[in-house]
Design a protein around this ligand. Structure first.
Ligand SMILES: [Zn+2]
Length: 213
């Protein structure tokens, strides 16, 4: 068994979505200052680094991150390798060799190479899913879909009403974003995706492992 930790390391100089500040870790107690322990206060956006989107992220009144079904977050997962330069579409997916019955799919694209360079800033030209791909995944009964950049949907989709997010979240598909797959080959894995159960949370950073057997 080989364990792949595909979580981005949280650090103050990491790339974040425009307008969202990176994580801040401030000392609350320090042994060096005479305190009994080292304790910090963490301030972090709930869509920072590797994270999940619950339905509430784009649908007011819908379930928050604490209501995500745990059995969707853990289980068999297929990593699909994508070599194209356009956003991922239904027509590509139809020929991609998606395993019958698979309920969790993660896309490894050229985006993952961005994570090798610790100084790389936010890149709005990342690859994502188009609307036809989102609908196809919903029709196939996919329960979790993962992307290797900070959104599952092309940059600038706000003016269209974020149709990819809305289609997936309306169907109860868990979206995982910000996966670092640069060291992971396409194929079958088991995924363990563990967001924090923040009550009514609009998102949560997650620790994500891919288990190769
Ligand atoms: Zn997100």
């Amino acid at each position: 068994m080989k364990l792949h930790d595909v979580t981005l390391v949280l650090r103050p100089d990491m790339p974040t979505w425009p307008g969202e500040h990176p994580p801040r870790v401030e000392p609350l107690r320090r042994i060096a200052r005479g305190d009994g322990a080292n304790v910090s206060v963490l301030t972090i956006g709930d869509h920072t680094g590797t994270h999940v989107d619950p339905p509430l992220h784009f649908i007011d009144g819908a379930d928050g991150v604490d209501a995500l079904p745990a059995d969707a977050l853990v289980g068999p997962c297929q990593v699909l390798g994508y070599e194209g330069d356009d956003h991922i579409s239904q027509s590509w997916l139809e020929g991609a060799g998606v395993a019958p019955g698979i309920e969790r799919i993660v896309f490894r694209t050229r985006n993952s190479a961005r994570w090798i360079d610790p100084d790389a800033g936010f890149d709005k030209d990342f690859l994502a899913l188009d609307e036809t791909a989102a609908r196809w995944l919903v029709q196939r009964g996919i329960r979790l879909v993962g992307s290797d950049y900070l959104s599952i949907e092309p940059f600038g989709s706000g003016k269209l009403g974020h149709p990819v997010h809305v289609a997936l979240l309306r169907a109860g598909v868990v979206i995982v974003e910000g996966l670092d797959l640069h060291d992971v080959k396409p194929g079958p894995y088991e995924i363990v995706c563990a967001p924090l159960p923040i009550r009514g949370g609009t998102g949560s950073p997650a620790r994500v492992f891919l288990i190769e057997r």
